[in-house]
Structures are given as C-alpha cells and as structure tokens.
Write a protein that binds this ligand. Structure first.
Ligand code: UT7
Length: 327
C-alpha cells in the first residue's frame, strides 16, 4: 500500500499586527493577563475586503513550490476551515480556480480547530486507496471575522492565517503519515460555537441584535477537556504504533493556549525544547495553526527528513485528533 508523504509546506500570515497593548485599549484586559494565561503577545488580522481564499493562495503556491510540483498535478484540494469565503460554494472550489488546478476536485471540511488533522486523515485515505496521488491539504482561517471585539474572553485569543501541505503517494520507504486518530464528543457541542447564521437560527435583525454571529466559548471547560483528552490520545497513538515519547523528534501542537501545550507535555513527560510553539506571534488560528507551525519548523530547520513528528489538535465539536508522521 502507498504511503501519504508530506513533500511540501507553505504558509501565509496577514501583515497587520494586533498586540496585547492594542487590546488593552479595546477591552478590560492587560498584556500581563493575556501573556500569563495564554502565552499570546500578538496576532495577525486580515484587512477589510480580504477573505480566507486570499490568504490561502500564497500559502498554497509556497507549498507547491517547495514540493516541486505544479498546480496542474493536483488531484484533490481539501480546505479545513470554519471561516469559508461564503456559505456555498465551497471555498476550495475558488482556490482550485485561482491556482489553475484544473485537474483537481475540491471540497471544504469543518472540524473547527482540529480541521487540519481531519483533512490530513481524509487525504491519506484517498492516497492509500490509490484514488488520488497528489493532494493539497490546507488549513486557513479569518477568525477575526467571527470575533466580538467587546468580549475579552475570546477576542484576545484568535488570529488569522493560512497553512498548506502537499501530500503525495509515496513508495513504502518508511516516510509518511504513520497513524492519525480522530475523535468527537458531540455532547460538548455547545461549549464552543457560533450560534446563528445557519439553518437553526438564520440571520435576522434579532440574531444580530442578540450578538449571535460571534464565537461563544466556555473556555475554562474546553481547557480541562482538552488537556485530559490530548494527552490520552497521544499515549494511545504511541502505544498502538509501538513507539515511545523518546522516539518523537518534534511535537507540533495546535496553538490554542501555551498552558494547554505545557500541561500536555508535562503529562507525557515530554521536554518543552522539543515542542514547536509560535502562539506568541499568531494566537489561535484554528485550522491554520498546525500547518503554519509545520511550515515554520521546516523553514527554520527544526524538521528534517526521517524525523518522527507528533501532531495534536483540539476544537469545537468537540473534536480532537492526534497524528504521527515520519517526515
Ligand atoms: O482552539 C479551540 C479550543 N479552545 C481552547 O482550547 C481554549 C481553551 N481555554 C482557554 O484557553 C482558557 O480557558 C482561557 C484563556 C479562555 C481563559 O483562561 P482561564 O485561566 O480558564 O480563565 P477563566 O475563564 O477561568 O477566567 C478567570 C478570570 C475571570 O475573572 P473572575 O471571574 O475570576 O473575576 C475572567 O472574567 O479571568 C477573567 N478574564 C480576563 N481577565 C482579563 C477572562 N478573560 C480575560 C481577559 N483579560 N482577556
């Protein structure tokens, strides 16, 4: 059976920086609170008129360039996002057009902050079944569009960005995605959501007056469930593949809160020196956070061929996922 190998990465962040000090002027918060409780110093925001697909194109082009393949070689484009350009058609279709990837089919996938790992697993299945050979897997978000800038509980956390990887069907040389496990507990559906704008509560004057088009999160509850489940799923993934924590060269977690990342590393007895974090600069970019971090890690020389990488993500649904990749 073919392996799904990551052969290229790319990312793109908008230029506009919103610092904790800027937020101090907008809501009742402090740089110190945000830094100590989340690890975030600043985040990037799109300009007016910029959509998620606009962020994706440079990230996708960089991934294709580093993979050394043209857009015409793509068979499938998968976009993980909760901030599509429009309700429909899928933003992935517009990306197919903008890239000139005429031979690719394309669709969006929503698993909130876990979306990139859900998309990675989906792409892997198509490759292993020999349906597609070259797949562009993207995580991209314009979270700033879903933020209530008066809500200090959420507005300090999120940012915008896009990351992409090219997955290719490879010979069985040990490289590629070893195992990805996906999880859902829908009983926690209400803990993190945007309540209106869908079929349950279509947009109306009332939903706008009630502020129902913004992110609502019970952060504290999400935090506890995240720490418990992420560590457990990483342990399971290692055990199922007869690997130990010592075998991991780099851990690239979803960048939601530095305390979640530290708690997980602590629970696994994993040294923080081998954890890649960039939350300080970008905040939580939801489905974009892992592919952006992967691309940075590669470009900084922190990830080399043959390294064992642990990826883990957590988000609305509630969804969570763990992946082991031989780079
Ligand atoms: O990626 C998707 C998944 N999402 C997550 O993983 C997010 C998980 N949750 C978190 O990261 C954390 O729960 C938060 C960062 C959202 C909040 O941190 P916390 O340590 O859980 O704080 P808390 O919600 O328990 O609030 C503690 C206090 C409260 O004040 P009182 O009630 O103790 O007086 C909050 O009102 O901190 C207050 N607070 C703030 N203070 C200053 C909440 N937000 C802020 C703020 N600035 N921005």
């Amino acid at each position: 059976m073919a392996n799904a190998v990551i052969i290229g990465t790319g990312s793109h962040l908008p230029n506009k920086v919103l610092s904790n000090f800027d937020l101090e002027k907008m809501v009742n918060t402090t740089d110190e609170w945000i830094k100590t409780r989340t690890g975030i110093s600043e985040r990037r925001l799109v300009a007016n008129g910029t959509s998620t697909s606009d962020l994706v194109i440079p990230a996708a082009k960089a991934a294709l360039e580093s993979a050394g393949i043209s857009a015409l070689s793509l068979d499938l484009i998968l976009l993980a996002t909760v901030t599509p350009d429009v309700v429909f058609p899928a933003t992935a279709c517009l990306i197919q057009h903008k890239l000139g990837a005429k031979n690719a089919v394309a669709f969006d996938l929503n698993a909130a902050c876990s979306g990139f790992l859900y998309a990675l697993k989906t792409a892997e299945q198509y490759i292993k079944a020999d349906t597609y050979k070259n797949v562009l897997v993207i995580g991209a978000e314009t979270m700033s569009r879903l933020i209530d800038w008066r809500d200090r509980g959420t507005c300090v956390l999120f940012g915008d960005g896009a990351g992409a990887v090219v997955l290719q069907s490879g010979k069985n040389n040990g490289r590629g995605i070893i195992d990805t496990q996906l999880y859902v507990d829908g009983s926690f559906y209400e803990l993190l959501s945007v309540p209106a704008g869908g079929s349950r509560l279509p947009t109306s004057h009332q939903t706008i007056d009630d502020n129902l088009h913004y992110i609502r999160m019970k952060g504290n509850e999400v935090f506890k469930i995240a720490v418990r489940n992420l560590a457990q799923s990483a342990r399971e993934a290692l055990k199922n593949n007869k690997l130990s924590v010592d075998d991991i060269d780099l851990f690239v977690p979803h960048q939601a809160n530095i305390r979640i990342i530290q708690a997980m590393a602590n629970a696994l007895s994993f040294p923080m020196e081998k954890v890649y974090t960039n939350i300080e600069k970008y905040g939580n970019t939801s489905a974009a956070s892992i592919p952006v971090a992967l691309d940075e890690a590669v470009r900084k020389g922190r990830l080399k061929k043959g390294d064992l990488v642990l990826l883990s993500a957590f988000g609305g649904g509630l969804t969570w996922a763990t992946s082991l990749v031989r780079w």
